[in-house]
Design a protein around this ligand. Structure first.
Ligand code: SAM
Length: 265
């Protein structure tokens, strides 16, 4: 069974009320029903449905940043994830240190952040690491991770044209694109103090290796954002990060967006 959020014990079909029975039937067909208080507006995208406040969608600064992300990476409708990324970046921007993203692709989130923070005014460097050709198949034996990679390359979701990526980031000066396989390329990050680390390589091995190697360079109160920690279908990443947390002494907040959030203490 799944985890009952309301602490109810699972009920046998024969003892179910009609409402629960209908809900169960619908769930079996991949549909969900929610009771909405009157006046509630629902956000529904990217595997997340919520009636809670999402007025960030109307914030002109958010909208401009999001549109810059779309210009870089196409519209993948992940507003709430981008909202969290912008919050993390804005918070980390108050600290002394640099930014890193492992898994950049076309640069959706990083472009949105750079637009949002008027990047070149900050005096920080943004290190952007990617193979720019999908995963290194030697890094995973997980069938699901390999198949996802093949699909993303075939469908053109993963960029394989480094020149296009360079063109996207040409707008900013304080940015360093690093092409190659993480963790091999981490040595090219020549900053000793990091305050923002976004990890989004869609498979566990390089993600864990990156965090293990960069953790000592994370400044106090620095933010690590894991894109897929709690995302549906990405369980190996959660398990691997939890094991690393045990080893290094951090805990990951599981966000309803599918992300994971760590603060370096
Ligand atoms: C989901 S995409 C990243 C999306 C990006 N964060 C954005 O904002 O659009 C995952 C990226 O990880 C890259 N990647 C996968 N394994 C890698 C590795 N070992 N080293 C570097 N990049 C890797 C892929 O090439 C792909 O571009």
């Amino acid at each position: 069974m799944r985890y009952p959020v309301d602490d109810r014990q699972p009920v046998e079909a024969s003892k179910m009320g009609i409402k629960d029975y209908i809900k169960k039937l619908m769930r079996n067909h991949g549909l969900a029903v929610f009771r909405l208080p009157s006046g509630a507006e629902i956000y529904e995208s990217d595997g997340l449905a919520s009636m809670h406040d999402h007025s960030f969608l109307d914030d002109p600064r958010f909208r401009a940043a999001y549109q810059r992300g779309v210009a870089a990476g196409g519209n993948i409708a992940w507003h709430w994830r981008v909202h969290i990324g912008l919050w993390a970046a804005r918070t980390a921007a108050n600290l002394d240190g640099d930014f890193v993203e492992c898994g950049v692709n076309r640069g959706f989130l990083s472009s949105a952040i750079m637009k949002y923070l008027e990047w070149d005014t900050l005096g920080k460097t943004f290190y952007l690491l990617d193979t720019f050709e999908g995963i290194d198949p030697n890094q995973t034996t997980e069938q699901v991770e390999r198949e996802r990679n093949t699909k993303h390359i075939e469908e053109g979701f993963y960029v394989t044209d480094l020149e296009a990526v360079k063109k996207n980031f040409a707008e900013w000066k304080n940015v360093k694109l690093i092409k190659g396989v993480v963790p091999d390329t981490l040595s090219e990050i020549d900053s000793e103090k990091l305050v923002y680390l976004h990890i989004d390589m869609n498979h566990a091995a390089p993600e864990v290796a990156a965090l293990r190697m960069l953790w000592p360079r994370m400044a106090k109160a620095g933010i690590v954002l894991l894109d897929d920690y709690a995302y549906f279908g990405y369980r190996p990443q959660k398990e691997a990060m939890d094991a690393l947390g045990q080893e290094l002494g951090f805990a990951v907040a599981s966000l309803p967006t599918g992300q994971g959030l760590i603060i370096r203490t």
